[in-house]
Design a protein around this ligand. Sequence first.
Ligand SMILES: Nc1ncnc2c1ncn2[C@@H]1O[C@H](COP(=O)(O)OP(=O)(O)O)[C@@H](O)[C@H]1O
Ligand SMILES: [Mg+2]
Length: 337
Amino acid sequence: MQDMDLTQVIIGQSARMRQVLRMVEKLGRCRWPVLLLGETGTGKEVVARAIHNVLGERPFVTIDCSSMVGPLMESELFGHVKGSFTGAYQSKLGLIEMANGGSAFFDEIGELPLDLQAKLLRVLQQKEFRPVGSLTPRHSDFRIIAASNRDLAREVERGAFRRDLYYRLSVVNLRITPLRDRKEDIPSLIAHFMERYGNRQVLSREALDAILSYDWPGNVRELENCVQHMLAMNSGPLLHTAELPSSVQNHIQAKRSQYLVAAAAADVPRIPPQSPFPVPAGGDGQTPVILPLVELEKRAIAQTLEYTRGDRVMAANLLGIGRTTLYRKIKEYAIAS
Ligand SMILES: Nc1ncnc2c1ncn2[C@@H]1O[C@H](COP(=O)(O)OP(=O)(O)O)[C@@H](O)[C@H]1O
Ligand SMILES: [Mg+2]
């Protein structure tokens, strides 16, 4: 549960993620409690680590409240002394004590049972706790970063979450927007995952199109899995729609048949909807177009800039080249943008 990999970057240039990054910088410099709210897979843990990393190398301990169940939960958190229960052959250090001097990331804190919520509050207020089976209080002082995919305020109203603990945790609330509401982050996230897991493959335009039109209920985690799935299915340099996971495939199918039904009702010609991502003339996006390379490059840049409505940063990301290279080529080819 203790993870030493602290080398995580936050990808995203949408206004919402830029705001999150500014908050990370600010919050990283103080030791206030932070409550991260957002659907599962939006990047709450990534953000928690980034906040912790601003100040440094002290321990970052992840406490996954949804995976700890039953009577062993208390001993996981607070540790126990030898012989405190059947099977406790040795004393054990709890996660709360491991976090001393650093940060404790309480993931899915909404899942913590009420009795342990009370004990946690005590630790936060008095910086003291007692391991299971011990009468001697022990000390631990850590910064708490909590995360939940539930609306904790509503859990408080329902009586499932302690109001006092909620107030203590929610000094600063940071909401992470679902991926469907910041789709402009998708191209750079894909580029990031392709670089991490791939071997210089590129996405076909149809595949990117499909990805951009899908709603990503599992957020960034689902997108990451999607890229891994495509890379595993693929053997060539170009990733095709056929290699998308079935969730995205089904979505394309459903959209297509919706369109056909609507087209039949409106009695319009049965051509597929206009792709938001431009395809070079004569190409279907899946098969290469035979054109001189420079001409291909020029068209690709012009069409990508048209698609991004002149946003050069996003265009460079989509094209997989650096910003300066893009600027140079725009000048070289005299592309109006
Ligand atoms: N902004 C981001 N940049 C890079 N990777 C991200 C980002 N957001 C999420 N991820 C990746 O997506 C996956 C899910 O993120 P995680 O932080 O575990 O989400 P949550 O805690 O909200 O469920 C992880 O593999 C993480 O590395
Ligand atoms: Mg998580």
